[in-house]
Design a protein around this ligand. Structure first.
Ligand code: COA
Ligand code: MG
Length: 293
């Protein structure tokens, strides 16, 4: 299932955990990492486990957990939450697909230990260390059936490389982050998993969020991280094919049907060939998947 919005919810906030369930995100990410101060991590782990137990499957939003890096408490997080059967695990600060494989092996064992009937999925934050961007192409050489997508992050990467900002003079991402974002998009597509756009920090600016999401969706991203409930509806809307996208896709497919057998057709004075046909099929498939929900 395609997931458009992943809303981060700090795992130690009773109020936000309660609110999270009501906002219509395709997935919540119950956070045990950066949104939780170190002294509160053990408490957050317990609260997240209880929350998962109190919200069994068939819930409106999938429930994911962001653990700490495996060598910094993440293994304890996993051991605590797997028995409550989250839909997936977000793993931060990965250096590459070997880290995802390691997590996957841990899940193999813990699911057995705890009699978890479902398969817990994985979404790595795939660009938060200086090494990570160089390994993005290696995902294609690993067999990772739990992997549903790749997402990227600019904040930890700038801290990792000692940059005082990740923005250029124009306010847009600086070149390093644009490069990493594109590489993450391509890596996700190369293994046919979701490409998840990073968060939009200015959570009061819904117009800015909307246009940023629309541009990400045009580039091929299929979903986005949210940090505030108000961002969820904007994200859900932007990553679902619009009525006009669907109408156009139908016209493209019809044009190919009429010209049966020919690889290129004209529509509205433009040449269309196989890539356009395939893109139109993808738009229709996505729209049908959402209408079945
Ligand atoms: N999940 C669930 N509920 C949230 C929420 C979130 N991420 N962010 C805010 N809310 C709730 C608030 O508790 C508040 O609830 P109320 O109406 O019952 O009082 C309501 O939504 C409105 O919140 P608001 O006052 O606008 O924001 P805030 O100042 O309370 O919080 C942040 C701002 C940024 C601290 C907060 O949005 C947040 O914690 N975001 C997630 C941070 C995170 O997880 N970071 C790690 C990943 S980068
Ligand atoms: Mg972080």
């Amino acid at each position: 299932m395609n997931l458009r919005s992943f809303l981060f919810v700090p795992g130690d906030s009773e109020k936000k955990l309660a609110k999270g369930a009501t906002v219509g995100a395709d997935a919540l990410i119950l956070d045990l990492e950066d949104a939780v101060a170190a002294p509160r991590k053990p408490l957050a782990r317990e609260m997240v486990r209880e929350y998962l137990n109190a919200h069994p499957k068939q819930r409106a939003s999938q429930l994911w957990v962001r653990i700490n890096p495996l060598d910094e408490g993440g293994l304890d997080d996993l051991a605590a939450v797997v028995r409550a059967a989250p839909d997936g695990i977000v793993i931060p600060k990965t250096h590459g697909p070997a880290d995802v494989l390691r997590l996957s092996h841990y899940l193999d064992v813990l699911e057995k230990r705890d009699d978890v009937a479902s398969t817990i999925r994985i979404l790595p934050v795939a660009t938060e260390t200086a090494q990570a961007p160089f390994r993005l192409g290696d995902y294609a050489n690993f067999d990772l059936p739990r992997l549903v997508g790749l997402t990227w992050g600019a904040e930890d990467l700038s801290a990792a490389i000692g940059a005082s900002t990740n923005r250029g003079a124009d306010g847009d991402w600086a070149f390093t982050y644009k490069m990493v974002r594109s590489a993450c998009l391509l890596a996700a597509k190369s293994i046919d998993v979701q490409a998840i756009e990073t968060l939009y920090a200015d959570f009061r600016d819904s117009d800015g969020l909307r246009s940023s999401c629309e541009s990400a969706a045009r580039e091929g991203f299929t979903g986005r991280i949210a940090i505030h409930p108000d961002q969820v509806a904007v994200i859900n809307d932007a990553f679902m094919p619009s009525a006009s996208d669907v109408a156009y896709a139908r016209r493209v497919i019809a044009a190919f049907e009429v010209a049966s057998g020919s690889g290129a057709v004209g529509l509205d004075g433009k040449m269309l060939d196989m890539p356009h046909f395939k893109q139109a099929q993808k738009v229709l498939a996505l729209s049908e998947a959402y209408s079945r929900r």
